[in-house]
Design a protein around this ligand. Structure first.
Ligand code: NAI
Length: 488
């Protein structure tokens, strides 16, 4: 094996299986492949060191290899303990030119079924560029860019800097969950080794491109509190991301996850979906498409009214829980399903979350419930036998089930998301002066460009505005076509 290539994956012998899937995925990811072609000569990401924290799937492999084709160096971890496809991780490490005995690809630190302690150790490793620095004779220790999904990589840097300023990592408190304890442990060790490590790492970071609603939420909080350390681009707020991946991606991968986990017929069942945002709309479409009767829970009058006009009953969960066969959370919020709700469901009801973190269903409460017993049916599928004599089937321990029980969204829609990711990395790297320390979105013209790159594959041909029509509308014939406030 290459002496400088570090990695921690399940099994490099899976690489050829992963490579076949990557090859097929490339065909379905026209946006990324167009960027590779466009920038093959100029390699505009040369010099960029990207620390990536995003589900290590086949689609992400195509993203990583696109960043490399554009000149970047990359280190990668997953952003969820269950979402790695081990064959994809192996193929990225081995690389298109290497073999399992002589890997020549990219450092990846991820496998399916990490513990939370391992998870934060692996997140830490994408920030350790000391091997690269020695090999290149560089005076850096960390990355120049973060590519994040859910904000955990950015959180590590922000917490690291915060504790270094305070000179100590706070004691673990009783109410801290396992995740927080593991995070604090990693930072405690780091502070012991080098009390300025995260401060120095943060100084070199030109920016982060963030993939999802929940991560963008974190960035806005840091920005509001004056704590944001570097510029950020919300990829999620590109129309060609959240209105496609969150909706049409979920429409595909929610049912995929339920089916691979349970093989229960969805038609005729009563499903309850908590949240009717972009992800909720996709989830409801999917379940309705399978013939389920879908009830929606919402807190926001606008999205509640949308659900009603789309033909769904909208009522709080506690009023209908006893009728529910399938319960799905999509809010990005915490404890939207309580232990009382779980106790009220029908016998063998399927319970799953598709929002980013495992905070939505009170699994911790379930674990502490007297008389409740967990029976492992298979990996990422648990029957919980409840003290009232009924059982529920919990998918992926309340973590996002489309990536825990299946393989996430399909390639085509991820091509749209990841084309936005690459464009965001290019913006931050090539024109940093345009991005002060704040949360920005990509300009609409790039958003339209992402859509354009995906039209041919679907046989879509646009109608062209005449010069007179363009003048009448007050837009350029080549776009952008809508004002920034337009909601799609
Ligand atoms: P969103 O903000 O569009 O929708 C969330 C909805 O939940 C909102 O309409 C909100 O009013 C509602 N909500 C919040 N608290 C509630 C409560 N207590 N009861 C009922 N409704 C409540 O967000 P989006 O884009 O739909 O994302 C939702 C989550 O899914 C986020 O955590 C996001 O990061 C994640 N996500 C997961 C993906 C996956 O592949 N699993 C893909 C894309 C996003």
């Amino acid at each position: 094996p290459s002496p400088t290539l570090e990695y921690q994956v399940a099994d490099l012998d899976l690489a050829s299986a992963g490579r076949h899937q990557i090859r097929l995925a490339e065909q379905e990811m026209p946006g990324l492949m167009a960027l590779r072609e466009r920038y093959a000569e100029t390699k505009p990401l040369t010099g960029a060191r990207v620390a990536g924290s995003l589900h290590m799937t086949v689609q992400t492999a195509v993203l990583i290899e696109t960043l490399v084709a554009l000149g970047a160096q990359v280190r990668w971890a997953s952003c969820n303990i269950f979402s790695t496809q081990d064959e994809a991780a192996a193929a990225v490490v081995v690389g298109p030119e290497g073999t399992p005995d002589d890997p020549r690809g990219v450092p990846v630190f991820a496998w399916k079924g990490e513990t939370v302690e391992e998870y934060w150790d692996l997140a830490d490793r994408i920030f350790d560029w000391s091997g690269e620095a020695v090999a290149e004779g560089g005076d850096y220790i960390g990355p120049t860019m973060i590519l994040d999904d859910g904000g955990d990589a950015s959180l590590l840097v922000h917490k690291g800097v915060q504790f270094e300023r305070a000179g100590r990592v706070p004691e673990t408190k009783d109410e801290d969950g396992a995740e927080m304890r593991a995070l604090l442990n990693v930072l405690r060790r780091s502070l012991d080794r080098d009390p300025q490590r995260w401060t120095r790492i943060a100084q070199d970071i030109r920016g982060v491109s963030e993939e999802t609603t929940t991560g963008v939420h974190r960035l806005h909080e840091w920005d509001r509190d004056g704590e944001l350390l570097f510029p950020a681009i919300s990829v999620n707020d590109s129309v060609t991301k959240s209105k496609f991946d969150n909706r049409y991606g979920i429409r595909h991968s929610l049912v995929d996850g339920i089916n691979r986990a349970t093989d229960v017929l969805i038609g005729g069942k009563t499903a309850y979906v908590v949240g009717y945002g972009d992800v909720g709309k996709g989830a409801v479409d999917a379940l309705k498409g399978q013939g389920a009767r879908v009830i929606v829970g919402e807190i926001d009058p606008i999205t509640a009214l949308q659900a009603a006009m789309d033909g769904h009953q909208v009522v709080p969960l506690e009023e209908v829980a006893s009728q529910v066969d399938i319960l799905i959370t999509t809010t990005g919020n915490e404890k939207v399903v309580t232990v009382d709700d779980l106790l009220s469901l029908k016998h063998l009801a399927i319970v799953g979350n598709i929002g980013h973190f495992d905070t939505e269903i009170d699994i911790a409460g379930l674990e502490q419930l007297d008389g409740a017993e967990r029976v492992r049916i298979k990996p990422q599928v648990d029957e919980w036998q409840l003290p009232n004599g009924r059982s529920i089937i919990v998918l992926s321990e309340g973590r996002l089930l489309n990536l825990g029980n299946a393989t996430g969204h399909p390639s085509f829609v991820m091509s749209m998301s990841f084309t936005n990711q690459v464009l965001a990395q290019l913006e931050l790297w090539v024109t940093p002066e345009a991005y002060p320390v704040a949360v920005a979105t990509l300009p609409r013209v790039l958003d339209e460009e992402v859509a354009r790159l995906h039209l041919d594959a679907l046989g879509v041909r646009l109608t062209r505005l005449s010069k007179k029509q363009a003048k009448y509308l007050g837009v350029d014939r080549d776009g952008p076509f809508k004002p920034d406030a337009y909601r799609y």
